[in-house]
Design a protein around this ligand. Sequence first.
Ligand SMILES: Nc1ncnc2c1ncn2[C@@H]1O[C@H](COP(=O)(O)OP(=O)(O)OP(=O)(O)O)[C@@H](O)[C@H]1O
Length: 253
Amino acid sequence: MEVGLDEVTVTVAGRKLVDSLTLTVPSGTVVGLLGPNGSGKSTTLRCVYRALKPSHGVVRLDGRPLDEYALRDSARRMAALTQESHTEFDFTVAEVVAMGRLPHEGSHDDDRDICAEALRQVGLSALAARSVLTLSGGERQRVLLARALAQRPRVLVLDEPTNHLDIRHQLDALALVRKLGVTVLAALHDLNLAAAYCDEVYVVDGGRVVAGGPPDLVLTPALVASVFGVIAHVVPHPVTGSPQLLFEGTTDA
Ligand SMILES: Nc1ncnc2c1ncn2[C@@H]1O[C@H](COP(=O)(O)OP(=O)(O)OP(=O)(O)O)[C@@H](O)[C@H]1O
């Protein structure tokens, strides 16, 4: 299922947080949204997972404007792992994951099996009965990923999915998401992970897309210097060949 953003603009108190942002996530691909703090990544994703309505422009699923979908219909197709996913209530891990099945209520799917599989995929089956309040930050993040997986979406929107995860679990989470074969739009801070796991990346700065395309074409030293203010050297990964950035320092050091 293709996701398209067409000139999406979000204006708050006269300030454009997202400015005419246009991008396409082709069906089954993983696209990364990169950019400095405050550049508009989360705000853009919020428009996609319907927490926010753009002031101007359209988000489409398979060419059809999102607001033509009933909320439940888009929730059946799209799951989100967000910065605002709350886990402060005393639910068990299994209960939180089961919430992913709510949009599918009334279907004949075996919800129990689907939730068990989602927990297994993130390696947390042993914690099913634990209260989420007792989990570490990384464990919570993986529970939220399991909830999104339990939704069996065709589109996954991920806002910093590797937040709190150790390196092993960062690699696991991104490899898992890639393997699903669904359409993924993910805000990522780690440029090397983005280069390794994304088919394409879009770089935003001040709410605008400043570059987009395959990571090896986009993540150049000049781009990293101008957008992030960091001096980077780009070398091919010795095994995979994907671009790896070695950081020397900030441009104003
Ligand atoms: N409701 C709001 N009212 C006013 N300003 C807002 C609002 N929501 C977001 N902003 C501002 O919009 C800008 C973009 O925020 P956003 O969270 O989209 O950035 P981001 O690229 O996801 O940043 P980060 O990498 O720090 O998570 C920031 O300057 C933020 O303070």
